[in-house]
Write a protein that binds this ligand. Structure first.
Ligand SMILES: Cc1ncc(COP(=O)(O)O)c(C=O)c1O
Length: 411
C-alpha cells in the first residue's frame, strides 16, 4: 500500500526570493519622488508637477463620444494585431502623412510601451546590445532590463542641443552583440528633433552593420518653428531595418487609453512580434474603439494644441533664462526640456523641494535627469521639465524654482 507522504515544513522558514532581473529593474526617475510629493501635499502644500508628461489638454470629443453610448453585450477579445478596421484607418492616416504604411505593417499594442517591449523581444536575445543616444526616455532602461538586453549609451550633450552624436561615436560602440540602435524623435527628455540629414546618417550606419533602427516617434506631431518631422519609415532602402513605435497617448492626450502600435515593413520581424502579441491575446477593446474614432480628430485640434505647446515652451524657456546659472537649450519638439541647474545634485535638490521647501505653501516637483542617462555620474546637476501645465502655472513654477535655488544654496 502507498503511504501518504506528509509535507514537513522546514524548521526555519526561508523567504522565497525575487529574481535578480527584478532587483535590477530601475526605478522610474519620473515617479520615484512621488512619496515626497505626497508628504508635501499632506502638509497642505500645492505641488506643481513639472516632472511628468501627463498633458492637461482635453482628449478629442470624437474619441470620447465614441465610447459613451456603446451597446456592447460581450466585451470580447479583439484580434491579437488589433481591430482590422482600426489598422486600415491607421494605415490611411499614415498615408495622409506621406508614410507608405500598409495594414499588414501594423500591430496594435497596449501603449507604445508594449510596442517597445515587442520590438526588443523580437530583435534581441539575452546579452545582446542596443545603442541609445543619452539622455533617453528612462523606461528604455526598464524595457531593456526586462528583455535581458544591455543598453550601450552614446552621449549627446546640452552644449550641442542634444543633436545626434557623431556617427564615429556610434561606430566605436558596435560589437558582434549589437543588434539595434534606438532613437526617440522628437526626443523625450531632450526635445531635440533629428534632421533629415541625421536620419540618413543613421540609416547608412544600420545598413552598413546590418542593425535594426528602432525609432520611437510617439511625439511626431509636436514640432515647432516650422521644422518637419522626418520618420524612419520615410527612408528608402532600410525597409528591413526600420521599426517605428507609435502611440495615441500624447497625440490625442489619451495616455490612459493604453493604445500604441509597432510598425515595420520587415515581414519576419512582424511575424515574430505577432507571436508576442498572441501571447498577450489582444489590446484593450474599448480603447481601440476610442483610438479608431480619434483618427477623425479635425486638424484644427492639432493646430490649437501645437500653438499652445509652442507658447508654453517659449514662456518656460524665457522664464528659466532669467535664473542665474541655469543652462538650457530650446526644444524643437515634444514637450520636455533638460535644464542644468546651479547645484551639484539634482536628486537631493528635487527631494528637498518637496520635503523641506515651500513658497507661500507651493512647491514644484522635478524629474532629476541622472535617471535619463545610463552612464553613471552624468547629468547629476540636470533636471527634466515637462511643459504640460498651463502658462500661469509654468510662470509660477519657475518663480518658485528661482527662490528655492537661492535658499538651497545657503543651506
Ligand atoms: C518617448 C516615449 N516613448 C514611449 C512612451 C510610452 O507611451 P505609452 O503611453 O504609449 O505607453 C512614452 C511615454 O511617456 C514616451 O515618452
Amino acid at each position: 500500500m502507498k503511504k501518504n507522504r506528509k509535507f514537513v515544513a522546514p524548521k526555519k522558514l526561508i523567504m522565497p526570493k525575487v529574481s535578480n532581473k527584478g532587483k535590477q529593474m530601475p526605478e522610474s526617475p519620473i515617479r520615484k519622488l512621488v512619496p515626497y510629493s505626497e508628504i508635501a501635499k499632506s502638509k497642505g502644500n500645492k505641488v506643481y508637477h513639472l516632472n511628468i508628461g501627463q498633458p492637461d489638454i482635453a482628449t478629442p470629443e470624437v474619441a470620447m463620444n465614441s465610447i459613451k453610448n456603446l451597446d456592447i453585450k460581450v466585451l470580447e477579445y479583439s484580434h491579437s494585431a488589433g481591430f482590422e478596421s482600426y489598422r486600415r484607418k491607421l494605415s490611411q492616416y499614415y498615408k495622409n502623412h506621406d508614410l507608405r504604411i500598409d495594414v499588414e505593417d501594423i500591430i496594435i499594442t497596449t501603449g507604445g510601451s508594449e510596442a517597445l517591449l515587442f520590438a526588443m523581444g523580437s530583435t534581441m536575445d539575452f546579452g545582446d546590445e542596443i545603442i541609445i543616444p543619452e539622455p533617453f526616455y528612462a523606461n528604455y532602461n526598464g524595457f531593456s532590463t526586462a528583455s535581458g538586453v544591455t543598453v550601450v549609451p552614446v552621449i549627446s550633450t546640452l552644449e550641442s542641443g542634444f543633436a545626434l552624436p557623431p556617427i564615429a561615436d556610434f561606430e566605436k560602440l558596435i560589437t558582434s552583440k549589437t543588434k539595434a540602435i534606438l532613437i526617440c524623435n522628437p526626443g523625450n527628455p531632450t526635445g531635440y528633433l533629428y534632421s533629415k540629414d541625421e536620419m540618413l546618417q543613421l540609416a547608412a550606419l544600420v545598413k552598413k552593420h546590418d542593425l535594426f533602427l528602432i525609432a520611437d516617434e510617439v511625439y511626431r506631431e509636436f514640432t515647432y518653428d516650422g521644422d518637419v518631422h522626418y520618420s524612419v519609415m520615410n527612408i528608402p532602402g532600410i525597409e528591413e531595418n526600420a521599426i517605428m513605435i507609435d502611440s495615441v497617448s500624447k497625440r490625442y492626450s489619451m495616455c490612459g487609453a493604453r493604445i500604441g502600435c509597432i510598425v515595420s515593413k520587415n515581414k519576419e520581424l512582424m511575424a515574430t512580434a505577432m507571436k508576442f502579441a498572441q501571447a498577450r491575446l489582444s489590446p484593450p477593446t474599448f480603447a481601440q474603439i476610442a483610438s479608431e474614432a480619434a483618427l477623425d480628430t479635425p486638424q484644427s485640434y492639432f493646430d490649437d494644441v501645437i500653438k499652445e505647446y509652442r507658447s508654453r515652451r517659449d514662456i518656460l524657456i524665457a522664464e528659466l533664462q532669467t535664473i542665474e546659472g541655469v543652462k538650457i537649450t530650446k526644444p524643437k519638439g515634444a514637450f520636455y526640456c533638460i535644464a542644468e541647474l546651479p547645484i551639484e545634485n539634482a536628486d537631493d535638490f528635487s527631494q528637498w523641494l518637496l520635503e523641506s521647501y515651500d513658497l507661500n505653501k507651493e512647491t514644484v516637483m522635478l524629474a532629476p535627469a541622472a535617471g535619463f542617462y545610463s552612464t553613471p555620474g552624468v547629468g547629476l546637476n540636470q533636471v527634466r521639465i515637462a511643459y504640460v501645465l498651463k502658462k500661469e502655472d509654468l510662470v509660477r513654477s519657475v518663480a518658485i524654482l528661482k527662490e528655492a535655488l537661492k535658499v538651497y544654496k545657503t543651506k
